[in-house]
Design a protein around this ligand. Structure first.
Ligand code: 13P
Length: 263
């Protein structure tokens, strides 16, 4: 089933970037793009995910942007509440700071910081319990794709969290399909391959929850202004999770514009 009634949703994942002075410039440039551009409120949801140290300041600075821009955390602790957990930021602390969206399960967390399937499931459980909206990232490696295991890996990653998601909580989940081999490499999945995987994800979600047809599915992995129009034309690609290109306000705006126009 096509997800074409879903409002497109484009999120810039700034990762461990940029330094403060550049962040200030990026925010000013983004506000200017939104002011001068023609994306209407409600036509495309826009989010940015800065490093945790900048969440509150970025949120405050974007509060008067021409259209709503959601500030998204890049990760959350697997521990809930408050307590003696040096270095951690819990879902409850995010919520307390009015940060209500969070990425969970990004491949960089899984690969570099050993976020196993069970750690990711704990994060999802606590984030949902705190009332956060989750952008849950899935994606296969090149080795897995070449071995013909891409679908199986991605559907398993969705099954990994299904046991901790209560029926009504699926309304608070967005899925981001990010093939690892396409992240930061300049190699985008072809629109056909991305659409095929998104259709499988939608089919899998629809078997798990009646809300499957209305869950937004974002594509991530070398999304740029140059390939956004083609990706946005795919019926089950409801938006993008953008890394490198989100550090340039004009590129990021153009990607959002492609999705706003396509649906
Ligand atoms: P790039 O757009 O830099 O490939 O990064 C994608 C990504 O990992 C977004 O979360």
């Amino acid at each position: 089933m096509s997800g074409s009634t879903i409002t497109p949703w484009v999120v810039g994942n700034w990762k461990m970037n940029p330094m403060q002075a550049n962040a200030q410039q990026l925010i000013q440039d983004l506000k200017q793009q939104l002011q001068q551009g023609d994306i209407l409120e409600g036509q495309c949801r826009i989010g940015v995910a800065p490093p945790s140290i900048a969440l509150s300041s970025v949120q405050a600075e974007l509060a008067n942007a021409a259209i709503d821009v959601i500030t998204v955390a890049q990760d959350v602790s697997r521990i809930a509440g408050t307590g003696a957990y040096t270095g951690e930021v819990s879902a409850d602390l995010l919520k307390d700071s009015q940060i209500t969206y969070v990425l969970i399960g990004h491949s960089e967390r899984r690969e570099i910081f050993a976020d196993t399937a069970s750690v990711v499931a704990e994060k999802v459980k606590h984030a949902l319990a705190a009332g956060l909206h989750i952008i849950y990232c899935v994606g296969e490696s090149l080795v897995q794709r070449e071995a013909g295991q891409a679908e199986q890996v991605v559907l398993q990653q969705i099954c990994d969290i299904s046991a901790v998601v209560e029926a009504e909580q699926w309304a608070n989940i967005t899925i981001a399909y990010e093939p690892i081999w396409a992240i930061g490499t300049g190699k985008t999945a072809s629109p056909e391959d991305a659409q095929a995987m998104h259709a499988k994800i939608r089919e899998g979600l629809t078997q798990i929850t009646p809300q499957g047809p209305s869950i937004a599915l974002l594509y991530g992995g070398s999304v740029k202004a140059e390939n956004a129009v083609e990706l946005a034309a795919c019926p089950d690609i409801n938006g993008a999770l953008v890394g490198g290109a989100s550090l340039n306000a004009e590129s990021f705006y153009q990607i959002a514009h492609a999705f706003a126009q396509s649906k």
